[in-house]
Each structure stands twice: as C-alpha cells, then as structure tokens.
Design a protein around this ligand. Structure first.
Ligand SMILES: CC(C)(COP(=O)(O)OP(=O)(O)OC[C@H]1O[C@@H](n2cnc3c(N)ncnc32)[C@H](O)[C@@H]1OP(=O)(O)O)[C@@H](O)C(=O)NCCC(=O)NCCS
Length: 179
C-alpha cells in the first residue's frame, strides 16, 4: 500500500498540534500524525493488541467511535506512527484532557493506550509516542499528565524524559505523574 499523506486523510485533530521538532526526531522511514478515520484498515487494533486483548468491533463501529471522539473538541489526542513503506500503523498512544473544577480550573492530561507493534519494539517508537503526547499536553496548558501502568513498564516511562515518577503502587500497577 502506498503512503497516504495527511492532506488526503480525515484526522482526529489538526496535525499542527504536533510540534514540528518532535516529528523531525523520527527516522525518515516513519511518519507521525493524528489518528485518521481510515486507520482501522491500517492496523490500529492490531497494534493495540500488543497492550491488551482487543475484541474487533468491525470497521463501522470503529468509525462511529472515531467520530464520537472527534465531536468533543480539544479533548482526545490519539497519535499514530506510520511505516511509510507499508502505510501501516506501527505505534500509537492517546492523551485525553480532563478539565478540573479543582487545581484552579486547570486541566489534567491522562495518557492511555501506548502500544508499539510487537515486531517494531525497542526502536524508540514508544519513546517518541510518549514525548509527542507530553508536548501536546504542555501546549494544551495542562498542569500535569497522569496514567497507569504495570510496574515493569515504569523504567520505560522514566527513560522518556520529563519528570515521570511512580506513585501509589498496588497490585503490580503504578500511577505515573509527570509535569
Ligand atoms: C512499552 C512499549 C510501549 C515500549 O515501546 P518501545 O518502542 O518498545 O520502547 P523504546 O525503544 O521506545 O524504549 C525506550 C527506552 O526504554 C527502555 N524500555 C522499553 N520498555 C522497557 C521496559 N518494559 N522496561 C525497562 N526498560 C524499557 C528501552 O530499553 C529504551 O531504553 P534506552 O533508551 O536506554 O535504550 C512497548 O514495548 C509496548 O508496546 N509494549 C506492550 C504494550 C505496553 O505495555 N504498553 C505500555 C502501556 S503503560
């Protein structure tokens, strides 16, 4: 499949929200962009299966979910890394923004569903996903980013830079906080 440029895609959020400097750090074999309405066909669920069991709801239901997320402005930011040679997704991750009545009415970003295709792990793609999500978070005026992960993944987040720290570990899971 030939690589599809952003201009031919229906994206979850404007690609300009992804800082250019973070995109430039990616190897030229890859392209980083927001999730697109046709990404069901590019293996989005297959990549997520590296993280947990995924029950495939079918393309129509997937697209309905995509449209539901996109209808909520400035809230859901799912990004993907595309292997240009195959036009397939090799990594993904999401932040969603929670607007608080506490914290002086500021917002908190939640990091979710970071996954790299099993055949592409250990090539710094996960690192890039987390760094880009963190930069979107900063530009969204959030006071912090938070998420949950299994204990064995804490070293991965610590290597992603920023000030990730584990907190409140229980039952083999940890909450992560970054500024
Ligand atoms: C965890 C995951 C996202 C990491 O992505 P990746 O592309 O394989 O990792 P990277 O190459 O970006 O790793 C960056 C650094 O973290 C380290 N690292 C990655 N995973 C690690 C782990 N579980 N434990 C310790 N270190 C880890 C790498 O060795 C690398 O270190 P280096 O800079 O010293 O070489 C990926 O392995 C994955 O999808 N796993 C299954 C799903 C999952 O657990 N997702 C996380 C949900 S919280």
């Amino acid at each position: 499949m030939t690589f599809t440029p952003d201009s031919q895609l229906d994206l979850l959020f404007p690609a300009e929200r992804i800082p250019d400097e973070t995109r430039r750090q990616l190897h030229s074999d890859f392209h980083l962009r927001p999730l697109a309405s046709t990404d069901y066909r590019r293996g989005h669920l297959s990549v997520l299966s590296a993280l947990s069991t995924v029950n495939d709801p079918g393309e129509d239901a997937w697209v309905t979910q995509f449209n539901t997320l996109r209808a909520v402005p400035c809230t859901y930011y799912t990004i993907v890394i595309i292997d240009k040679a195959s036009d397939r997704i090799v990594a993904t991750g999401t932040i969603f923004i929670e607007r608080k009545f506490t914290r002086g009415l500021r917002s908190v970003a939640h990091i979710e569903d970071v996954a790299v295709d099993t055949s592409r792990q250990d090539k710094k793609l996960g690192l890039r996903i987390v760094q880009v999500l963190a930069s979107i978070t900063e530009n969204s005026g959030c006071c912090m980013i938070t998420g949950n992960c299994i204990d064995s993944n804490i070293p991965f987040y610590e290597k992603c830079g920023g000030e990730w720290r584990a907190h409140g570990m229980a039952c083999g899971r940890a909450s992560l906080y970054g500024c």
